[in-house]
Design a binder for this molecule. Structure first.
Ligand code: HEM
Length: 504
């Protein structure tokens, strides 16, 4: 007779044996590197591979893998084989491979799931993607002048409304401060005004919902079901409803950009009202989701480094003087797009903060087995369905490209009084040395508008306000948005400001 104890021991033994067998089978069946392929690192954890190590600190993980395998290697991350290209002198060879390396599939799937509109397949929505991309020209070249002027007006409108009462030092949380101003000014610039409602109140309600949705954004991208994310589905629905046709039609002073986008979407009868509104919502996210944290880091570093703030202020004061403008409660500042372009010190300070805080992953999906040809007769065989990735922080923090890469140097991008664009790796001049906006066909179409917005925001703040940090802590970055764009700070931080004295 077998006793219960003996039976339990046998069952446990069988279970353990089965688990070990499964584990061994999984390990045995893992992909092996074939001739001509990049070095392969499966990690030791079945299914997850290196996912946890990567998620914890991607830069550290990639630098360790680079030491082990060289500049190009394939890592297994939670069901995906990702080939990382870490040598920036090779980036252009990857970026130009649009035929073999596609981005649409990936972006399409993630955007449709996150913002709740149907996937943009060519069969159902012929030319929709191309038509949308044509509109983005409104954010570049001369048409950008109009958007830039409108943003300047709206920024000052928000600014005066918010600071008209301020006479002495006022303490605020810096991220919240940036979020309030950038969100309201961008929203009015792009989506115009509601002629009936109290604009400030309405937009601040939208902003609060937006912030709640944005906090869950990384989970949605990771494919966590929205049902598990508390009120996120309801909040997303409320945000989408703002852009329903009956609401959009009532708005005045809508930008040409949003109006043209609306006209394009209206041509597709197969889209429901909800789907069109969801597209507008996605655009709202694209237009402020990264700009707010980018503006925050730019302001944070300036206030934290008084010598940088002083240099930027000197440049701005000089611009006002040379254009015969005065600052004061009764004046509006006018800075044209060309003048914004000429602000080399401000531009360098913004580039430097973008270098330190941007973490967007450039991702392409391999369309068929092919050999990726790189410089110097190097070629690597890649397999269909794998992902090729460029992770710009490895470039942005490379000490060979950027001396003392962890330090903030506001004038890093200035040379002989002009914008510096010469950075080297392995003795070669880099074509891509700063990549906060992605690359190639998927490069952010709003990048010029975004940098202008941040310049305008800082110009208004720096010209009108004295600022100091109140808290002395060193802010860390929250890694949960790694791969998705600009990182958020781990917490908010207090600073104080008061109106700058007017010179008569
Ligand atoms: C600092 C601010 C910004 C950053 C860092 C940023 C970054 C990015 C990145 C990394 C991408 C994806 C590129 C890729 O897939 O490789 C992207 C796409 C996009 N961005 Fe931006 N962006 C910013 C501001 C803006 C603004 C202000 C707008 C519009 C007003 C905008 C509109 C878009 C759009 C529409 C796309 C998708 C383009 C497509 O469909 O291919 N972005 N952005």
């Amino acid at each position: 007779m077998i006793s219960t104890d003996q039976l339990l021991v046998s069952i446990n033994g069988i279970l353990l044996g089965t688990i070990l067998l499964l584990f061994a089978l999984l390990l045995y069946n893992r992909r092996r590197r074939k001739a001509g392929e990049p070095p392969l690192d499966n990690g030791w954890l079945p299914f997850f591979g290196w996912a946890f190590k990567f998620g914890k600190d991607p830069l550290k993980f990639l630098n360790l893998q680079q030491k082990k395998h060289g500049d190009i290697f394939t890592s297994y991350l939670a069901g995906k084989y990702m080939t990382f290209i870490l040598d920036p002198t090779q980036y252009q060879y990857v970026i130009k491979q649009a035929k073999h390396l596609d981005f649409r599939e990936f972006a399409n799937e993630f955007a449709s799931r996150t913002f709740d509109y149907p996937r943009i397949t060519e069969a159902k929505f012929p030319q929709l993607r191309d038509n949308m991309h044509r509109i983005y020209k409104i954010m570049q070249g001369r048409p950008l002048d109009k958007l830039t002027d409108s943003m300047m007006g709206n920024l000052q409108h928000v600014f005066k409304w918010k600071f008209s009462q301020a006479t002495d030092w006022r303490t605020e949380k810096m991220y919240q401060f940036c979020c309030d101003i950038i969100f309201e000014a961008s929203f009015m610039t792009l989506y115009g005004k509601d002629p009936v409602a109290d604009g400030h109140k309405l937009i601040s309600e939208i902003r609060e919902n937006f912030t709640k949705f944005d906090a869950k954004f990384p989970y949605l991208v990771l494919n966590v079901p929205i049902a598990l994310l508390g009120a996120t589905r309801k909040i997303r629905e409320e945000l989408i409803r703002i852009f329903f046709p009956n609401k959009m039609e009532k708005r005045s002073e809508v930008s040409d950009l949003v109006q043209t986008r609306k006209n394009v979407l209206d041509q597709y009868d197969v889209l429901q009202d909800h789907d069109r509104a969801a597209h507008h919502f996605a655009f709202l996210w694209a237009s402020v989701g990264n700009t707010i944290p980018a503006a925050f880091w730019a302001l944070y570093y300036l206030v934290k480094h008084p010598e940088a703030l002083k240099a930027v202020r000197k440049e701005l004061d000089h611009l006002l003087q040379s254009t015969g403008q005065k600052r004061g409660p009764n004046y509006d500042i006018h800075i044209t797009r060309d003048q914004l372009d000429s602000l080399v010190v401000l531009g360098s300070a913004i580039n430097e903060s973008l270098r330190l805080c941007s973490a967007s992953m450039n991702i392409r999906v391999v369309q068929e087995d092919f050999a990726l040809e790189l410089e110097g007769d190097q070629a690597y065989n890649l397999r269909k369905g794998d992902i090729v990735a460029i992770y710009p922080p490895t470039l942005h923090k490379d000490p060979e490209v950027y001396e003392d890469p962890e330090a903030y140097k506001y004038d890093r991008y200035i040379e002989d009084g002009k914008e510096k664009t010469t950075f080297y790796k392995k003795g070669k001049k880099l074509k891509h040395f700063l990549m906060p906006f992605g690359s190639g066909a998927t490069k952010c179409p709003g990048r010029f508008f975004a940098v202008n917005e941040i310049k305008q925001f800082l110009a208004v703040i720096v010209l009108y306000l004295e600022m100091e940090m109140v808290e002395n802590k060193i802010l860390k970055q929250d890694n949960s948005r790694t791969g998705l764009g600009i990182l958020l700070p781990e917490s908010d931080i207090k600073f104080r400001y008061k109106p700058r004295k007017l010179v008569s």
